[in-house]
Design a protein around this ligand. Sequence first.
Ligand code: GRF
Length: 218
Amino acid sequence: MARRRVAILISGRGSNMTALIEAARAKDYPADIVLVISNIAGAGGLAKAQDAGIETATVESKPFGKDREAFERKLHDVLVAHDIELVCLAGFLRLLTPWFVKQWEGRMLNIHPALLPSYRGLHTHERALADGVKIHGATVHFVVPEMDSGPIVMQGAVAVRDDDTVEILAARVLGVEHQIYPDSLQLVASGRTRLENGLCKTDASGSPDDSLISPAVI
Ligand code: GRF
């Protein structure tokens, strides 16, 4: 099967972007990262993408002010001009309009630093710590018009420790993000996922021994 042409949209440092680019170096990976677009000029991830030999573009959202759709039309034109088949949002700090989401329905993924549907929105790690949850994590999902919703492709969990700070917990979750985003794109790009009644189904299965219980009583 031909490798799917993927664009990554970023606004910042792009560590998930880097994880996707590295995974796609494998010969048998089913996707090619052909384009990285930032809505912020000079975003840290742009230089990393260029170093990796990936074409980059900047489509600034700021000049469009509140006209979100006008910005998105420009973005969409760039994606279409590059024959993009799948879009990965990776720290892309823009709310998307229903119009844009519709253009990429079933073809756009996002990563969120929490176990959805818990902790939609911002400051997920602070809120998880404040609630005293014992297990936290990250989710890759298809993008739908409602923020941080949409069919879940994959989740990764981490234990939360009593002495965790926001930074320590964020770093632990980020490690999981860097695993589940490339794995999710692999499943989606190879056609191993299907959307049924608003849910994402796959023939992949979890290993039976990967339960996570926290805290462990030793
Ligand atoms: C990640 O925590 C991701 O889950 C969230 O934004 C952050 C982006 O980080 N959507 P990076 O730019 O990929 O390093």
